[in-house]
Design a protein around this ligand. Structure first.
Ligand code: KG4
Ligand code: ZN
Length: 334
């Protein structure tokens, strides 16, 4: 069969990323230009700045990808673009860029959902084996998704309030850690012990999780220690938070393994970079003899290769978008 090369573009948040992906499984070359340092000055992503920077950088990123891959746009079989969900202004830069390339070079356009991208990132390291349970953990999502086949998504559980990555980022602020919070909370947690007792709601009836109570509990402890003139042990508080936040997920995945037909589990999204999460998931899956797949670190956080991987099954089914494609900030996968 002829090889399929997809030029994939991702601009949903603060990374301008372009990649060339072969047959949905092999990343030929990828550039991820992060704006992290700029947004760090503001303690979080500033949407207006993010979209302006995508506009400034996107052609440069494309140029780098074509130069280093020694390929031309003419060699591509399709152009794939993240069209939802994400920051609207940021998404629009990528969508308009992709539509222009598609029009000029007469290449089919593939509209990819960002969350599907995170799930399909696993295809860059291994191959999705169905039926599977995907744990989607990012700055905007915390979902337990069952898949019986390609592009068949059924959410069995989700967060009732904040996403887990969002909670990591908010706790980072309370602990005076720099943006992006998740990796910094993890680093600090490695130096501490889970000594703080955090208020948690125990709900074992379904697969849903909740993070706002946990976040408030961290804020209250920090506040109370300050009021009492005590020194806050930030490493211990980071460790206590991480332990409870991740254990909540592990217990839901355990419940799903015990009650559903699951032989494969994958972790997707930015928080899947968390080593404590990976370790605990490995232990759980070993215990239940379930196959666990985790993307390589570089494919965990936002990147274009995952968009190319998710576009491939759509390419095979000829599910192409038209040139009036629009971006959507909120569109859910499911
Ligand atoms: O998937 P992603 O790159 O962007 C979204 O689509 O949201 O995920 C970003 C989120 C941020 O909240 C970030 O703090 C979190 O993933 N994150 C982590 C780690 N690395 C990134 N959270 C915990 N531990 C990490 N090592
Ligand atoms: Zn993401």
């Amino acid at each position: 069969m002829k090889n399929v090369y997809i030029l994939a573009i991702e601009t949903s948040c603060d990374e301008t990323s372009i990649a060339i992906v072969k047959n949905g499984h092999e990343c030929i070359y990828m550039n991820v230009l992060t704006q992290m340092d700029i947004h760090a000055n503001f303690g979080g992503v500033v949407p207006e700045i993010a979209s302006r920077m995508h506009t400034e950088n996107i052609t440069m990123v494309l140029d780098d990808v074509l130069t280093n891959s020694h390929m031309q746009i003419e060699d591509m079989d399709a152009i794939a673009i993240t069209y939802a969900p994400g920051l609207l202004g940021s998404l629009l830069v990528g969508v308009e860029f992709a539509k222009t390339l598609s029009y000029l070079y007469e290449k089919p356009l593939i509209a990819v959902n960002h969350i599907a991208g995170h799930i399909y990132a696993n295809n860059l390291t291994s191959t999705l084996k169905f039926p599977l349970l995907a744990l989607v953990v990012s700055g905007g999502h915390t979902d337990l998704v069952m898949m019986q086949k390609d592009y068949d998504f059924k959410v069995i559980g989700k967060t009732l309030d904040d996403a887990i990555g969002e909670a990591f980022d908010k706790v980072a602020r309370v602990l005076d850690l720099k943006y992006p919070g998740g990796p910094n909370v993890e680093k600090l947690a490695q130096e501490g012990l889970p000594t703080y007792k955090l208020g948690i709601i125990h709900n074992n009836d379904n697969y849903n999780v909740s993070y706002s109570g946990l976040k408030s509990s961290v804020i209250n402890i920090a506040h109370n220690e300050k009021q009492r003139g005590n020194t806050l042990n930030k490493a211990d508080l980071a460790c206590s938070f991480q332990t409870v936040a991740i254990n909540q997920l592990i217990s839901k995945v355990k419940k799903a393994i015990e009650n559903e037909q699951i032989k494969n589990v994958i972790i997707a999204g930015g928080v899947s970079a968390n080593k404590y999460l990976r370790r605990e998931m490995e232990k759980l899956c070993d215990e239940y003899n379930v196959n666990l797949a985790v993307p390589e670190f570089k494919y965990c956080t936002d990147n274009a290769a995952m968009i190319g991987a998710a576009a491939y099954p759509m390419y095979l089914k000829k599910e192409f978008a038209s040139l009036d494609l629009n971006a959507s900030s909120t569109l859910e996968l499911f």
